[in-house]
Design a protein around this ligand. Structure first.
Ligand SMILES: Nc1ncnc2c1ncn2[C@@H]1O[C@H](COP(=O)(O)OP(=O)(O)OP(=O)(O)O)[C@@H](O)[C@H]1O
Length: 646
């Protein structure tokens, strides 16, 4: 007896696995594509005819499929009995039609049970991971390891020979296949940056699941369900053939059984149930294949290059914000240090927006721990732009993610304080952080393309957080989104609003993300290398946009960068990071004029050394950005070293 393989990659739906991570296209597109595929059309027509004939059986024949007649035993076709009689004189045509009902309903029961168990458990296990995932995966493996036929025999013996019971049990036995496939789909998609972005924008887990995860899970599940239908029909016929199941029911399996008992005298009895089974099962298999082709071809996937870039960015940062965030342990002297930090700011405390004091982030290693942020302190005032500068691996992103509460669960985070607008946010629960992220703290990521969900239009992705955080109606949120798109310099906001991410350029995508980040009027914006992934000609424009948005909204801003050109262009104050420590903090002008720390001098030297100042690209560009020629050179021609610091 064939059951779905444990990993969902062979057995019931070998090809469904290829669709892991692929979103379900719009229904109209799918139907149109299916109708263009002759295989799909033939299989759908066949299935409709079979289902219609089965369920219209009382209209098509007046014969009783279960009434034996010794006088008609193995009788030939007769008026009203077009296919003749079986070994006990029952009408074959009636049995064939009513048998179709039993087969289709039985298969439907099995598939519904498998999907009802497999989909929710797979979603939960893949999304939440942890203990539930471990227990569910273990249970699925165990269930797959037990021979289905043995379980069916035991259950049927204990509960009675009913086809429905057998199919419910079979559905339970098939559910691990669905579970594995759904779990794999969820695991694949939850690692996508656009899911991280949705989390950063403060969307709840339920919404992320419904909007971003479920559409991706739907495609492979539908394909697998089509394949499971065929298998369930075969299994059900097999059980009936073996005599397991109700003998009062007409079924294709029991017709086969009867045909085998009379194989030497009336071998033609095999033809009708054999044909019915072959055609129905083949139609389901062909439909599954056609669905796979249609879903695979129409699904909108991020380009390979975008995926490669996203992977590279992820492995460089090795940060995977997860649904679970590590608890931030507050040091005992939190209150007093909080005050100290605010005092350090040398401005009235009312101006202080963010205070980070003595933040430390470490990861367990085989030999102990690796400290990636080592006791840093940072203050951001209202309306101030603080640059966090340092070479690759110095801990900038880890610092930003600590503030956003997005470090992976294995991170060990301690801090005297992380306070936002006077409120301690270190160690806040997920819901409380969701209230802050996206609403009061915006985030602009490094990888514009990967942070937009490829299966949703731009407009939808902009509107959703505004509706959730600001309680706007659809129309209000759309109006605001269009205004924002225009504000961030997108020429045709309506067109971009209606576009999918693959239909816009990287520069436009970054503008869209900036629009999204400021859409709920945050007081603090954290921008993690927002121009790194962009073409140099677009970098200056995007920086200019960020600077003007920041000024007009008086947002505090942390700008993570390794580019001193960007710092010169936009930052009021700069904190220089080296191997997890802040080695120097100074107003930007002072830092450039008189760097104190040797590491800062080294970074500045390596940025400026030997670089030939270029003329501004065009007077318009310089005027637009308000930059000097030297600024433009710095901003567009960075030569900052990128070696991993120890
Ligand atoms: N999950 C993790 N486990 C162990 N180490 C990690 C993890 N995530 C990040 N790190 C390490 O933390 C250090 C700081 O990483 P971080 O991403 O903050 O650097 P960065 O200064 O932002 O660099 P870049 O400019 O390349 O993004 C790096 O050495 C990185 O390898």
């Amino acid at each position: 007896m064939t059951l779905p393989s444990p990993d969902g990659t062979a057995g019931v739906a070998p090809d469904a696995a290829a669709l892991v991570g692929v979103a379900l296209p719009k229904r109209a597109h799918l139907v149109r594509r299916l109708l263009k595929d002759p295989t799909a059309v033939v299989s759908i027509v066949l299935l409709i005819v079979i289902a219609a004939a089965s369920f219209a059986a009382p209209l098509l024949t007046s014969a009783d499929p279960a009434a034996p007649s010794l006088a008609n035993t193995l009788g030939p076709p007769a008026p009203g009995h077009p296919l003749g009689f079986d070994g006990v004189g029952r009408d074959i045509f009636a049995r064939l039609l009513y048998g179709g009902q039993v087969s289709l309903i039985g298969a439907l029961i099995a598939v519904l049970v498998a999907v009802a168990i497999g989909v929710p458990s797979g979603l939960l296990a893949g999304y939440a991971k942890g203990a539930f995932d471990a227990v569910a995966s273990w249970t699925a493996n165990l269930t797959m390891a037990i021979p289905a036929i043995v379980i069916l025999l035991v259950v049927m013996t204990a509960l009675g020979a009913s086809t429905s019971t057998a199919m419910i049990v079979f559905g339970v036995l098939m559910s691990p296949g669905v579970f594995r496939l759904v779990r794999a789909s969820v695991v694949a998609v939850r690692e996508e940056l656009y899911v991280d972005a949705a989390r950063v924008s403060g969307l709840s887990d339920a919404r992320i699941m419904r909007r971003h995860i479920l559409p991706v899970v739907a495609a492979p599940t539908i394909i697998q369900a089509a394949q499971m239908f065929g298998i369930a029909i075969m299994i059900q016929a097999g059980l009936q053939f073996l005599g397991i199941g109700s003998s009062a029911e007409s079924s294709w399996g029991s017709m086969l059984s009867d045909a085998f008992s009379n194989i030497y005298v009336a071998p033609q009895l095999l033809v009708w149930p054999g044909l019915a089974l072959t055609i129905t099962v083949s139609a389901f298999a062909l439909l599954g294949n056609a669905l796979r082709d249609s879903l695979g071809a129409t699904a909108i996937k991020p380009s390979r290059a975008a995926r490669r870039k996203a992977r590279a960015a992820k492995s460089a940062a090795r940060v995977t914000p997860s649904a679970k965030t590590p608890a931030i342990v507050l040091s005992d002297d939190a209150a007093s240090d909080d005050d100290d930090a605010a005092a350090d700011a040398a401005t009235p405390e009312a101006d202080v927006l963010l205070v980070v004091e003595n933040l430390r982030v470490a990861y367990p290693t085989s030999g102990g721990e690796s400290v990636v942020v080592d006791g840093i302190s940072l203050t951001v005032r209202k309306g101030e732009v603080v640059g966090l500068v340092g070479e690759s691996g110095s801990g900038k992103t880890q610092t930003a993610f600590s503030i956003l509460g997005l470090l992976p669960p294995e991170a060990q985070v301690t801090a005297h304080t992380i306070s936002f607008d006077g409120r301690q946010i270190a160690g806040l629960g997920r819901n409380a952080m969701n209230e802050l992220r996206g609403r009061r703290i915006g985030y602009v990521p490094q990888e514009p393309m990967s942070n937009l969900d490829p299966s949703f239009r731009i407009g939808f992705q902009l509107v959703e957080p505004m509706r959730q955080h600001l309680g706007l109606s659809k129309a209000q949120a759309k109006a605001k989104a269009l205004g924002l798109l225009a504000r961030v310099g997108i020429n045709d906001p309506e067109r971009t609003f209606a576009a999918y991410p693959h239909e816009i350029s990287g520069g436009m995508a970054q503008r869209v993300l900036i629009a999204g980040a400021v859409s709920c009027d945050p007081e603090l914006l954290i921008a993690d290398e927002p121009t790194t992934a962009l073409d140099v000609t677009v970098q200056a424009e995007v920086l200019d946009l960020m600077r003007s948005l920041q000024a007009e909204r008086e947002m505090g801003m942390i700008l993570v960068t390794h580019n001193f050109g960007v710092v010169a262009d936009i930052c009021d104050r700069v904190a220089v990071m080296q191997t997890g420590k802040i080695v120097e903090t100074a107003p930007a002008r002072e830092l450039f004029a008189n760097p104190q720390h040797p590491y800062t001098r080294m970074l500045l030297d390596s940025t400026l050394e030997d670089s030939v100042p270029r003329r501004a690209l065009a007077a318009v560009g310089a005027a637009a950005t308000g930059s000097t020629a030297a600024d433009t050179t710095l901003a567009t021609d960075p030569t900052t070293p990128t070696g991993e610091s120890a």
